[in-house]
Write a protein that binds this ligand. Structure first.
Ligand code: PLP
Length: 402
């Protein structure tokens, strides 16, 4: 069964692409949406040749429209590859580092990716150099090796999870190319609607599709996109042989979620900017991390290379870890949960995870702003902040036996 995309005009805007891409060809009585194909194998005749479906671990017609849509959004010239999770995509990307090579990675990368890299480095697969990704000198020194071996791969995450540092993408991609290092950019936080890493010089773009692309907190999936046929062939081989494939139902759900990406991103970004500005003025908040605030160290870079500022912001709560914990407990609309990018607003104290680097403050809360009414989101935060700031007095009362 072949996927034949509908014939659309060229050069559609990205907010049209999310709706129009990955639709079946318009034939009389054809379905408007691609169907789910549930088959672990395909009828074969003669010998198996390149491009045959052959077996369900190599390909599935339900993957094709989603991979086509993701490639169009990231402006990759080849179909993207979807994986069973974002971390499975990370694993495939890290497999491109030659044995004994060098990986340069932000110290505040998504912790799962960092732990994977640390474990692979501990086993001797490659050398890991962690860097402050916002500091060009630091990253360039790690890339060239300053007398040691030069890097084989640069990992970019911008803004980083959870510190929201912004990398100077074009400069760093050029520096990586100069030493022959491949660049992988985790674009999960920004989505292709806000930032296009391939256009900024990255070789590969990675997504946890679980987050904004699927958008409803009901799918775990990852994706990689590249315009290099050689790199794509290696990644496809890794997926087929290591077996971290996406289920057809998840692929169908993810494409269904993608249809509303532009609306969701527009709404949640606007709310995030509004909430960040209000939180920045609040006495109960020591610091707001959000590249959309003009005072943020990453603001000018973000403005130059992104078309928005994303919908994730972090706050450092006055009163330390306990106050941060109490704030999360006091919220009634925001859901205390890990993850991000869904329609519902989530909040989490990141250091509750044992693997989170200790350079992430213990009182830091990460807020994933959803698509609810911004005044309702603010009212909930304001009431919780008010409760937390009166907590010391009430503790005195209860300890005095009242
Ligand atoms: N990259 C980023 C930036 C993430 O936030 C996450 C998950 O939180 C991942 C990758 C891993 O994705 P998944 O949970 O789909 O495996």
């Amino acid at each position: 069964m072949t996927y034949q995309p509908a014939d659309h005009p060229e050069h559609l805007s990205p907010d049209t692409v999310v709706v129009a891409a990955g639709r079946p060809a318009r034939e009389h009585d054809a379905p408007v949406n691609p169907p789910i194909v549930l088959s672990s194998t395909y009828v074969g005749t003669g010998t198996v040749v390149d491009g045959d479906r052959a077996y369900g671990r190599y390909s599935n017609p339900t993957w094709d429209p989603l991979e086509d849509a993701l490639a169009q959004l990231e402006e990759a010239t080849l179909p993207a590859l979807i994986f069973s999770s974002g971390l499975a995509a990370v694993s495939a990307a890290l497999s491109l580092i030659p044995n004994g090579g060098v990986l340069v990675m932000p110290i505040h990368s998504y912790q799962g990716a960092l732990v994977m890299a640390q474990e692979m480095a501990a086993k001797g697969s490659f050398t890991l150099r962690t860097v402050d990704i916002a500091n060009n000198d630091d990253v360039i020194a790690a890339l060239t090796g300053s007398g040691e071996k030069a890097a084989s791969m640069l990992w970019l995450e911008s803004p980083t999870n959870p510190m929201l540092e912004v990398a100077d993408m074009q400069v760093l991609c050029r520096s990586a190319a100069a030493v022959g290092a491949l660049v992988v950019t985790d674009n999960t936080f920004s989505t292709p609607l806000v930032q296009q890493p391939l256009a900024l010089g990255s070789d590969i773009v990675l997504h946890s599709v679980t987050k904004y692309l699927a958008g409803h907190s009901d799918v775990i999936m990852g994706a990689l996109a590249t315009s290099s046929a050689e790199v794509r062939a290696q990644l496809l081989h890794h997926r087929s042989i290591h077996g971290a494939i996406a289920g057809p139902f998840e692929a169908w759900l993810a494409l269904r979620g993608l249809r509303t990406l532009a609306l969701r991103v527009e709404r949640s970004q606007a709310s995030a900017l509004e909430l960040a500005s209000r939180l920045d003025m609040h006495d109960g908040v020591e610091k707001v991390l959000f590249p959309g605030l003009p005072s943020d160290p990453g603001h000018l870079r973000a403005k130059a290379q992104m078309s928005g500022f994303g919908s994730i912001l972090c706050i450092e709560v006055a009163g330390g870890e306990e106050a941060a914990h109490a704030l999360v407990e006091a919220l009634r609309l925001w859901t205390p949960a890990t993850s991000l990018g869904g329609v519902e607003s989530l909040i989490e104290r990141r250091r509750r995870h044992a693997n989170e680097p200790t350079s992430v403050p213990a009182n830091l809360l990460r807020l994933s702003v959803g698509i609810e009414n911004v005044e309702d989101l603010w009212a909930d935060l304001a009431q919780a902040l008010a409760l937390v700031s009166v907590a010391p007095d009430s503790q005195t009362e209860s300890s005095s036996g009242l």
